[in-house]
Write a protein that binds this ligand. Structure first.
Ligand SMILES: Cc1ncc(C[n+]2csc(CCOP(=O)(O)OP(=O)(O)O)c2C)c(N)n1
Ligand SMILES: [Mg+2]
Length: 555
C-alpha cells in the first residue's frame, strides 16, 4: 500500500498528464496541494491577482494546445479568476482551474468564502465538478484533461474540499491523457473536393483552436494546391503565415474592405476550426442565420458547433489539425476556375497592412513604430495584447508568420497582454516576447509585471498611452458627440513604474525615440516597459477623434 495525501495525488496526476507549469495565487484552502508542489518538478508561478494567473494559464493553453493550469482559493480567488475562465470559454482554449472549497462537513452553511461553483461557473466552463473523495482524484483529473482538450476545447473547473486534500488514501495514478482525435472520413474529403471544384469563387477561413505548427503547414500546402485564398478570423493570425502568397488577411474588427467584399462574393467559404462568431461575421451580417448552407462548408471538432448558428451544406467533424493533414493529401487539380484569386487577395492584404503610408495626429506615429518592429524583431517574436483601439496596430501591421506567436483574446478582454507575456516567456524562454497594452488595459493586470521581475522573465511591454479608455471614447464621439463620460484617465509615469518594480523603463514622446528605447530594453535583459505617449486624436489609423465627432454632429 502506498498512502498519499489528496494534495499529493493531485500533483502526481498533473505530472502524469504532462503539466509543466502551475499559475496560482495561494490560499489556506489548498495548502496540501501547495505542499506537494514543493517537491514537484512542475514549475509553480505565483501571481499577484487571480485574473492574471488565469490569463497566464489561458495563454499557456493557447501556446501549447494542452490545458493551462491555474490554482486559486475559494470564493474571492475564483471570482477574480473568472475573467480568464471566460476567455478560455470564448476562445476555445483548454484550461483547468483548481479551486479550494470548504470542508465537506461544513458545506451548504455558507461557510467562510463558500461558493457554489457549479452555479457560478456553469455557464462558462465545459465542466464543473467537486472531488468528494481523494480516491477519485485520478479519475476526475484524467477526465478533466480529456474534457478540456477533446471536441471544442475549453475550461474545466474542479473544486477541492479542504479536508479531502489532507485525507490519505491508496490509489493508482491514471494513464497519461490521450485525447481522441476527430478525423475526417474519406467520404467527407471527397464531398469537399467535389464542392470545391464546382465552385467559382471559393475561399478558406481559418480560426478556432486545436491547431499546431504542422497543421498550419499542411493547410498551407492544401491552399497552394488549390490556389485558394485563405483569410483568418479575429485574432487568429498565427494560423496562416502572413508572408504566404495565398494569405488574404484577417477578418476582425474594421477589416480590409476588399477582404470583406471577397467573403461576400464567395460562392463557397470553407470555415475551418472557427465558429464565425460576432466579430469575424461582422455582427452576424456575413452569412444568413440559419441560412440554407449552400455557401458554407464547416470543419469543427465540436459536434455541437456544426449547424448551431449557421446551417452548413457540408459539415465535417474533425480537429483542424487532422483535417489539414487530409486536405494536404487531396490531389492537386490540373486547373481551377478561380485561378489567380489567391494572388489577388494577397496583393490586397499587402496593400492594407503596409504601415508606410499611414499618418495620424501627434509626434508619435504608431505606423512607424510598427514598421520599426517589423524591421528589427525576429519573425518568431510572440506578440500579446488585450483589448482597446491600440491593438489595431499589432493586429493589422505585425505580419504573424508562425504558429504560437500570437496571444490575444478573441473575447476582447482587457488586461490580458501583460499576464500572457509573462506566461509566454515562462514557457518559451528562447523567444522574444512583446506585449502591447493600452493605458487602460495595462492598469487592469499590469501588476503581473512584478511576476516577470520575480521569475526573471525579460518581456517587453509597450504601453500605448492616450490618457483614456480610447475605444469607448470613440464610440461615445460617434453616438453622443462631444459628451465625454467616464472615459478620461490620469496615468502614472509607466517608465518610472517599471523602474520601481525593479525593471527597465523607457519613455517615448516622439517617433524617433522608439528605436533606441526598444534596443535598450532588449539589451537590458530585464522586464521592460516602453511608455509611448500618443496623441489622443490618433484613435484609429484612418480617422481622428475629431473626424468621428464631426461626422456624428453632421448626422
Ligand atoms: C475587462 C474589460 N472591461 C471593459 C471592456 C470594455 N472596453 C473595451 S476597450 C476599452 C478601452 C481600452 O482602453 P485602453 O486600454 O487605454 O486602449 P485604447 O482603446 O485607449 O487604445 C474598454 C473599457 C473590456 N473589453 N474588457
Ligand atoms: Mg487608452
Amino acid at each position: 500500500m502506498t498512502m498519499r495525501s489528496g494534495g499529493q495525488i493531485l500533483v502526481d496526476q498533473l505530472k502524469v498528464h504532462g503539466a509543466s507549469h502551475v499559475f496560482c495565487v495561494p490560499g489556506e484552502s489548498y495548502l496540501a496541494v501547495l505542499d506537494a508542489l514543493y517537491d514537484a518538478s512542475i514549475k509553480t508561478v505565483v501571481c499577484r491577482q487571480e485574473g492574471g494567473a488565469a490569463y497566464m494559464a489561458e495563454a499557456a493553453g493557447k501556446l501549447t494546445g494542452k490545458p493551462g493550469i491555474v490554482m486559486v482559493t475559494r470564493g474571492p480567488g475564483s471570482t477574480n479568476a473568472s475573467a480568464g475562465i471566460h476567455v478560455a470559454s470564448q476562445d476555445s482554449t483548454p484550461l483547468i482551474m483548481f479551486v479550494g472549497q470548504v470542508a465537506r462537513d461544513m458545506k451548504e452553511r455558507e461557510a467562510f468564502q463558500e461558493l457554489d461553483y457549479k452555479a457560478v461557473f456553469g455557464s462558462m466552463a465545459k465542466w464543473v465538478t467537486e472531488i468528494d473523495r481523494a480516491e477519485r482524484i485520478p479519475e476526475i483529473v484524467s477526465r478533466a484533461f480529456h474534457v478540456a482538450t477533446q471536441g471544442r476545447p475549453g475550461p474545466v473547473v474542479i473544486a477541492l474540499p479542504e479536508d479531502m486534500l489532507t485525507d490519505s488514501v491508496d490509489v493508482a495514478d491514471a494513464q497519461p491523457c490521450a485525447p481522441v482525435v476527430m478525423k475526417p472520413g474519406a467520404a467527407d474529403m471527397e464531398a469537399l473536393q467535389k464542392r470545391l471544384l464546382a465552385a467559382e469563387r471559393p475561399m478558406a477561413l481559418v480560426g478556432g483552436s486545436g491547431w499546431s505548427e504542422e497543421g498550419v503547414a499542411d493547410f498551407a500546402r492544401f491552399a497552394e494546391n488549390f490556389d485558394l485564398p485563405v483569410a483568418v478570423t479575429f485574432r487568429r493570425q498565427m494560423l496562416f503565415p502572413a508572408d504566404h502568397p495565398n494569405y488574404a488577411g484577417d477578418l476582425g474588427i474594421g477589416p480590409n474592405p476588399k477582404l470583406l467584399q471577397r467573403v461576400k462574393d464567395a460562392d463557397l467559404v470553407l470555415l475551418v476550426g472557427g465558429r464565425m462568431s460576432e466579430m469575424p461575421s461582422q455582427s452576424y451580417t456575413l452569412f444568413d442565420i440559419p441560412g440554407d448552407g449552400a455557401k458554407l462548408a464547416h470543419v469543427h471538432p465540436g459536434a455541437d458547433e456544426l449547424n448551431r448558428v449557421y446551417r452548413t451544406g457540408l459539415g465535417i467533424l474533425s480537429t483542424p489539425h487532422a483535417f489539414a493533414r487530409a486536405a494536404a493529401e487531396l490531389p492537386k487539380p490540373n486547373q481551377v476556375k478561380w485561378g489567380g484569386s489567391a494572388a489577388e487577395a494577397h496583393a490586397g492584404y499587402l496593400a492594407w497592412s503596409s504601415a508606410k503610408t499611414i499618418r495620424t495626429a501627434g509626434d508619435v506615429q504608431m505606423s512607424q513604430v510598427m514598421q520599426h518592429l517589423v524591421d528589427v524583431m525576429p519573425s518568431d517574436t510572440v506578440f500579446c495584447n488585450g483589448a482597446g483601439n491600440y491593438t489595431t496596430w499589432v493586429n493589422r501591421f505585425w505580419p504573424f508568420r508562425h504558429f504560437g506567436t500570437q496571444l490575444g483574446p478573441t473575447s476582447g478582454t482587457m488586461g490580458y497582454g501583460v499576464p500572457a507575456a509573462v506566461a509566454a516567456k515562462a514557457l518559451r524562454p528562447d523567444r522574444e516576447i512583446v506585449a502591447f497594452a493600452g493605458d487602460g488595459c495595462f492598469m487592469m493586470n499590469g501588476q503581473e509585471f512584478a511576476t516577470a521581475i520575480q521569475y526573471d522573465l525579460p518581456v517587453i511591454i509597450v504601453v500605448v498611452d492616450n490618457g483614456m479608455y480610447g475605444t469607448i471614447r470613440m464610440h461615445q464621439e460617434r453616438e453622443y458627440p462631444g459628451r465625454v463620460s467616464a472615459t478620461k484617465l490620469s496615468n502614472p509615469d509607466f517608465a518610472a513604474l517599471a523602474r520601481a518594480y525593479g525593471g527597465h523603463g523607457e519613455t517615448v514622446k516622439r517617433t524617433e525615440e522608439f528605436a533606441g528605447a526598444l534596443e535598450r530594453s532588449r539589451k537590458s535583459g530585464m522586464p521592460s516597459i516602453i511608455h509611448v505617449l500618443i496623441d489622443p486624436e490618433a484613435i484609429t489609423p484612418a480617422r481622428s477623434l475629431t473626424d468621428i465627432r464631426n461626422a456624428a454632429l453632421k448626422r
